[in-house]
Design a protein around this ligand. Structure first.
Ligand code: NAP
Ligand code: HSE
Length: 445
């Protein structure tokens, strides 16, 4: 594609599922406005699918639906390729081919960027083309351009974010209505929030992919998914959501990045967030990203983090960006996923500083609490509060009762050693639960 303006900017879609159909819908609905604003038409000319017989929203006649990827990439009327098929292969190969053929690329594929960003951006630099990816993080929230342009004056100090719409939808329904995990996950899939393989959502991998992308944009640091300590919500129990509520917290799947003197601390984990704090109030499929910059201080970006139109909104914003100023987007591309120079070190997970919520199922007899408290104390972990309810009438015959301990700050390594020793010496009927707690004084980082 030359950057000479033609009356129609042709789009080739790789994928016509949830997000792809959203892109078609926005471009059709707003065609006249965009043409008036840009002085040229934005038009989808071809779309790649796996199964042409699948039922979809009405596809306009001018969109050629095909199962042949090369017929999209080699179509001379395709100027820009929008990749919304997902996965690593063939999506990565097709993006690189498109770049080599002179097309700019827009992608929503955080999994691909997180682990293969370097190859993709290297190819883009060699081809002097742009790769835009606003939709890859935060759905409709324009966080990528906010970091790259709006907060460009800042050194980013920390990011604390809810980045997975499916998980936030599930946690909200479990917290507010006590609904069943599996049933709410099925609803999130039906609403188009979940990944093709929803395990990636609930086990924290999708959030880690998005954190890896944010870390590249905010700190210029390449991290792969495997370098991010991560846990999901798939093993979270309703009892912990209830106890958290009793203690004044809600449970959120948080992605956190913080610059410390020792390096960059990165993690994804279900975390107790104080009720009334900014992130606690983000519900359903909404996402929120709290960014702290050295000059601006705290900022919060929130909005719909998943689904057809919010994600398509971000894709189309990149398309308009390319239509207005492709060279600016090429320059932005040149700066990302460069071979590492002076990269900030990553802090080892055992060195992370954390407050913990601990739940033990303990035998209800003398000395048990004292034994746990002694082991925590010997590992340098100080107790902030304890909850143990008297058993209800129908629980009196049970051999064990739940005991919840909130700790003060310690290292994750000390917490791990203490829990290992408790498991070894206490013969508990089930594994202890350990969740992170954020915020000391109403803050949620
Ligand atoms: P989707 O509904 O499963 O759509 C995928 C589309 O790609 C389908 O049209 C599918 O064809 C096509 N496709 C997949 N593999 C193909 C192959 N090997 N050859 C030809 N066509 C293929 O997925 P989606 O929800 O739109 O998500 C797409 C991308 O956007 C993913 O990277 C996802 O992570 C990202 N994303 C999604 C959301 C969201 O809320 N859904 C938000 C942000 C980012 P058929 O239609 O024939 O099956
Ligand atoms: N599956 C993702 C989510 C889609 O639920 O957040 C948006 O990236």
């Amino acid at each position: 594609m030359s950057d000479v303006k033609r009356p129609v900017l042709g789009v080739g879609l790789l994928g016509l599922g949830t997000v792809g159909q959203g892109v078609v819908r926005i471009l059709e609905d707003r065609a006249a406005d965009f043409e008036a604003r840009l002085g040229r038409r934005l038009s989808v000319v071809a779309a790649l699918v796996r199964d042409p017989a699948k039922s979809r929203e009405r596809v306009p006649e001018h969109v050629r639906v095909t199962t042949d990827p090369m017929s999209v990439l080699t179509d001379p009327s395709v100027d820009i390729v929008m990749e919304v098929m997902g996965g690593i292969d063939p999506a990565g190969k097709l993006i690189r081919q498109a770049l080599r053929m002179g097309k700019h690329v827009i992608t929503a594929n955080k999994a691909l960027l997180a682990d293969h960003g370097e190859e993709i951006f290297q190819t883009a630099r060699e081809a002097d083309r742009a790769v835009c990816f606003e939709a890859a993080v935060g759905g409709g929230i324009p966080i990528i351009q906010a970091l790259r342009v709006g907060l460009a004056a800042n050194r980013i100090v920390s990011i604390s974010a809810i980045l997975n719409g499916t998980c936030n939808f599930i946690l909200t329904a479990m917290t507010r209505a006590g609904r069943d995990y599996g049933e709410v996950l099925a609803e999130a899939q039906k609403l188009g929030y979940a990944e093709a393989d929803p395990t990636l959502d609930v086990d924290g991998t999708d959030t880690a992919h998005k954190l890896a992308v944010l870390v590249q944009v905010a700190f210029g640091r390449k991290v792969t998914t495997s370098e991010i300590s991560r846990r999901g919500i798939d093993r979270l129990e309703a009892a912990d959501i209830r106890f958290a509520g009793e203690l004044g917290y809600v449970v959120k799947l948080l992605a956190r990045a913080r610059v410390r003197p020792e390096g960059l601390e990165l993690r994804v984990a279900p975390t107790l967030v104080p009720k009334g704090s900014q992130l606690a109030d983000i519900s359903d499929a909404y996402n929120a990203i709290r960014v702290e910059g050295d000059a601006v201080g705290d900022t919060l970006f929130s909005g719909r983090g998943a689904g057809m139109l919010p994600t398509a909104s971000a894709m189309v914003s990149d398309l308009i960006g390319l239509a207005v100023d492709p060279r600016f987007r090429v320059r932005q591309t040149e700066e990302l996923w460069r071979p590492a120079t002076n990269a900030i070190a990553l802090v080892s997970p055992d060195e992370f500083r954390m407050r913990a919520y601990l739940r033990f199922q303990i035998p209800d007899r003398p000395g048990e609490l004292a034994h746990l408290a002694r082991i925590l104390g010997e590992n340098g972990i100080s107790i902030a509060s304890v909850i143990q309810h008297e058993p209800m009438a129908d629980e009196r015959e049970q051999a064990s009762v739940p005991l919840v301990i909130m700790t003060h700050t310690a290292t994750a390594g000390a917490m791990r050693l203490a829990l290992d020793e408790i498991a070894r010496t206490c013969r508990l009927p089930s594994e202890p639960v350990c969740l992170e707690v954020s915020g000391h004084t109403g803050r949620d980082d």
